[in-house]
Write a protein that binds this ligand. Sequence first.
Ligand code: CA
Length: 240
Amino acid sequence: MKPHVLIAEDEGALVTLLRYNLEREGYRVSEARDGEEALLLAQEEPPDLVLLDWMLPQLSGIEVCRRLRNRLETRNTPIIMLTARGEETDRIRGLDTGADDYITKPFSMTELLARLRAVLRRIRPSLAEDVVRIGDLEMDRVAHRVRRAGQEIHLGPTEYKLLDHLIQHPGRVFSREQLLDAVWGSDVYVEARTVDVHVGRLRKALNIDGVRDPIRTVRSAGYALDDMFSAEAAGVKAAS
Ligand code: CA
């Protein structure tokens, strides 16, 4: 699964350069030349990361950022803002723009790629690593193994897929319908209640030694894998 990067930038030469380098690094790239197009593309196929130019035609980068943050599907999508030197940099630094990082033009590709990897690793660990660790939970996606506090956990295929999906977006709340689409596929008819059953099994499997499980139920909204549970768990027993 290649990470999908959406480039929202109106300078054609820069887009070409970014696309070339990102594809060479194994990313899948889509591009928008103005703010409206960026929002449309992000809605059609939510990207894993957005490179967002500050000065865009139609809709400014800052407005695009704000709107992406207001949508459920892109609320936690990593966003790196691109700004020209001196152009609004202080405002980006000072304002709560919702961006995860910003980079000033002109920048070196090496620097941009490093920042991009760092943001992805922080926010979507599963895209950067084969072994994902969140708190005391460890998922080895190559060996297909799950451990909690060093203890091997056996999961059924559906519970494994559920965890695999949740762990890619720590902290993000998924509705039952979204989990159905992600785990069972959108062309299969499964009742929403089935999600509850499998989340229940996953919880039971993850709940070891009375340490609370990391899955959070959000009333009438759905489920999330908490990215904060590690701190609490560490208080109960020494987490890795
Ligand atoms: Ca621009």
